[in-house]
Design a binder for this molecule. Sequence first.
Ligand SMILES: Cc1cc2nc3c(=O)[nH]c(=O)nc-3n(C[C@H](O)[C@H](O)[C@H](O)COP(=O)(O)OP(=O)(O)OC[C@H]3O[C@@H](n4cnc5c(N)ncnc54)[C@H](O)[C@@H]3O)c2cc1C
Length: 458
Amino acid sequence: MSGSAVVVGGGLAGTLAVGALIGHVDTVTVVERDRYPDRPVFRKGVPQGRHLHVFLSGGQLALEKLLPGTTADLEAAGARRMEAPRDVITKGANGWQRRYHEGKHAVVSCTRPLFDATVRERVLAEAAGSGTRVEVLEASEAIGLLGSAERVTGVRVRSRDAGHAERDLHADLVVDASGRASRAPQWLAELGRPVPREEVVDAGIGYSTQMLRPTEPFDMAVVVQPRPDCPRGAAWAPVEGGNWLLTLSGARGQHPPTDGSAVLAFVESLGESHLVDNLRTSDAVSPPHGFRDTFNRRRHYDAPGGVPEGFLAVSDAACTFNPIYGQGMSVAALSGLALREALADGGLRPGFAPTAQRAVARASDTAWLTAVGADRPYAQDTDATPPGLAERMQTWYFGRLVDRAAIDPVVGAAFRDITHLAAGPSRLLSPVVALRTILLPRGAGLAAMPLRAESATG
Ligand SMILES: Cc1cc2nc3c(=O)[nH]c(=O)nc-3n(C[C@H](O)[C@H](O)[C@H](O)COP(=O)(O)OP(=O)(O)OC[C@H]3O[C@@H](n4cnc5c(N)ncnc54)[C@H](O)[C@@H]3O)c2cc1C
């Protein structure tokens, strides 16, 4: 164990990066713009924190490897666990998905502030029992990188307290975990490095989320996905404290309201009477809050020459997803694990940054392919290149597969492995899945929302 690291951003990815660095470096300094609240409540630095955040089973597996026991901490703190497809009831383009016990995947649902606070507590406890000294600089903003085009050697930091004092923090490794608004591309350009290539796929989805307290809660999450004939959707899931989050979504021109009095009409437009009844009998705990920047964006720091020595970008700072697929936190956990594994393979060493960056990029590959694959048909493509044969075949195959997954336990199991980030996309091409997808009829899902689970998989 030797060397020092600075982590820019003490959100979820930054905290998980600290978890990965513990035991591999002597010191870690976290630079966080906000002050942490003394209890789990919304803070400005994580503006998406008011919205529904589910944690997928692929993320849970990674988190348990990185920080064993954290999922149990989350549940002890009040997070709800719902098994899929039994307790996560989904309506797609061809109707409602069957509900049954599969025993493989579950989502964990709680408010984002509770999630972050629980993970942070676990990481700080791990740090206390390790040989790594972790220091957290709150109300401190990173404003640039130190070093040269070849090697980053630290961060310039400005205090947000009176006086706005600036200072340099030197380190062997700088991890950018400053989220969607990361300014690292400009900072690298200031050192004379090329800006990483960016891919953006924007389906133009808008979000609005309200916290509610239903009078008759039911123990499951309900997801109504947007579809071509109704580009509006809803997700309704329990969180801690007997509250529920209702997240509404809509494509361009169909964005959900942020005016509380208009929420009911939007939900009515989905044509799902259960959701309408639940909303009618719930008390509003918060007003609806909107969110618009939902584009998928990947910065190719992993390309040859993409990062200088001593610099690494993780999670949203490198790759963000349309949140409708609920992947970002799981990718943060998978990235944290990838960083830990890269460190375990020889610690900080020459060539570490590009190697670790490639490993972190691989950790987001499945999420990127699924989110972008699903969003591309809705994206306004500025160069308007018509899709080639391969892309059209992929869209055709994926469309059939999604429909079969709603009714077919074999195809459904493969689909859940991917959408929960527990397997790579090749799982969807296994012979048995491909044959069932191509040869069996597309089929319709259930016409009505299944209020009870089936007793066996059938
Ligand atoms: C509406 C919405 C809903 C979502 N729903 C889900 C979901 O259901 N499931 C899921 O897995 N993911 C979801 N996501 C994605 C998830 O929120 C992100 O992937 C996740 O927050 C990424 O974590 P992060 O630490 O990279 O960034 P953030 O959580 O944004 O944290 C960034 C941190 O960096 C700090 N910071 C920023 N700049 C600086 C600076 N210059 N100096 C110092 N500190 C700085 C900020 O204060 C903050 O603490 C959703 C996203 C949105 C927008």
